[in-house]
Design a protein around this ligand. Structure first.
Ligand code: FAD
Length: 355
């Protein structure tokens, strides 16, 4: 069986981002790479959004930038600005196409459907395949979204709504998220922060229909894309072999309190590329102990106090937008952390700290 210097297991967001980073930076001119991925087609399946707090390789896959957003609970709304760190949306279909055509031009890169087709004993393996445990009772961000097109101009495409908590919470934490790509096209998602055990809250299609028709007052529309997902809001446990490094969600690149992962994946890819020759001896890349610690407490509060969460999220956005964006994007300094922390209900968070 053929051997390769490097193997990327799972060519989704993290696997492809890393392969692209290595290929673009001449790390695969004298080295070989095997990419192992079972999927047959690479159509758009996800819509990745984030505040652009760092430069990344995929500006040409961005379909929309916004400098304004809102967050609301019943009867109250915050309008926030993000001119310095625009909120961007990457279309995964464009992302996959760009990377795959780039990788196919390098004959040192080979593609396989199954890891058993190659000999990996002496390879350095980058694994993005999550552990398939039974984690239904853990906390997930699970959601369903539709991109709709309307015959008439309907949306203000200069501003997006990050979280609309003015909706049925069903003893859980629930919000809607609206990204208007143009005046007549928008992605609307229903998002829950809960375990996956409660199937009663998964009537997603009804929720979207009701939100569109009753809240947004949109009756005439066509659905042009659907996406469904669940992002784990708990630490990934992956037992790795000596020659394996976990990347992507499997490698702990998901921010537990928010689910944001895309830019963390880009930073991790860059770190691997910069340290490739000595990566096994380098410190394990993480998104930061500080964020892990704070997120663990936040998640404990969320689990025990779902009813308070809309107000808690809303208060977080009372802080100057630059500070809260940096905090949510793991780019905050101590003063910014303190500004956000001071907005949290103290007794509840202190109790969670000692739990
Ligand atoms: C619908 C959706 C929307 C999201 N939106 C956002 C967002 O807006 N912003 C953000 O920051 N994050 C978002 N995320 C979170 C995160 O960015 C994505 O989940 C991202 O795709 C994670 O990348 P990954 O490479 O870890 O996993 P994936 O992209 O899922 O890649 C894993 C790959 O492994 C392959 N695979 C599975 N089994 C095997 C096997 N046995 N051998 C080899 N390969 C295998 C899969 O086919 C897949 O291609 C979203 C997640 C989902 C699900």
């Amino acid at each position: 069986m053929k051997e390769f210097d490097y193997v990327i297991k799972g060519a989704g967001c993290a696997g492809l981002s890393l392969a692209y980073e290595l290929n673009q930076n001449q790390k695969l001119e004298k080295k070989t790479l095997a990419i192992v991925e079972p999927r047959q087609i690479y159509d758009r399946d996800k819509t990745w959004s984030f505040w652009k707090t760092i430069n990344h390789n995929f500006d040409d896959c961005v379909i929309k930038n916004w400098s304004n957003f809102t967050v609301n609970i019943k009867g109250k709304m915050h309008h926030l600005k993000c001119d310095d760190t625009p909120y961007q949306t990457v279309n995964s279909g464009i992302f996959y196409k760009k990377i795959i055509s780039n990788l196919k031009s390098n004959s040192n890169i080979s593609f396989f459907k199954d890891i058993n087709e190659i000999n990996t004993e002496r390879s350095l393996i980058f694994n993005s395949v999550p552990n398939k445990g039974e984690f239904k009772d853990r906390l997930w961000q699970h959601f369903f979204g539709v991109e709709i097109e309307t015959p008439k101009d309907t949306f203000d495409d200069k501003i997006f709504n990050l979280m609309d908590f003015d909706c049925d919470q069903r003893n859980s934490v629930h919000f809607y998220y609206t990204l208007p790509f143009s005046k007549n096209k928008a992605l609307i998602e229903t998002t829950w922060l809960s375990s996956l055990n409660n199937e009663k809250i998964m009537d997603y299609e009804n929720q979207i229909k009701e939100y569109l028709e009753k809240k947004l007052k949109i009756k005439d529309y066509k659905i042009i894309f659907k996406e469904k997902g669940a992002i784990p809001l708990f630490k990934q446990i992956n037992f790795t072999k000596n020659n394996e490094i976990n990347i992507g969600t499997a490698g702990g690149m998901t921010r537990l309190s928010t689910g944001y992962t895309f830019l963390n994946i880009q930073e991790h890819s860059k770190y691997i590329r910069e340290n490739l020759e000595k990566i096994k001896n380098k410190k394990k890349y993480t998104i930061g102990k500080k964020y892990h610690f704070l997120d663990e407490i936040f998640i404990r509060v969320l689990k025990d106090n779902p009813k308070l969460m809309p107000e808690i999220f809303f208060k977080m956005f009372e802080v100057e937008s630059k500070k809260v964006i940096n905090f949510l994007s793991n780019k905050s300094n101590l003063l910014e952390d303190i500004s956000v922390i001071l907005k949290m209900p103290k007794v509840i968070f202190i109790k969670a700290l000692f739990k």
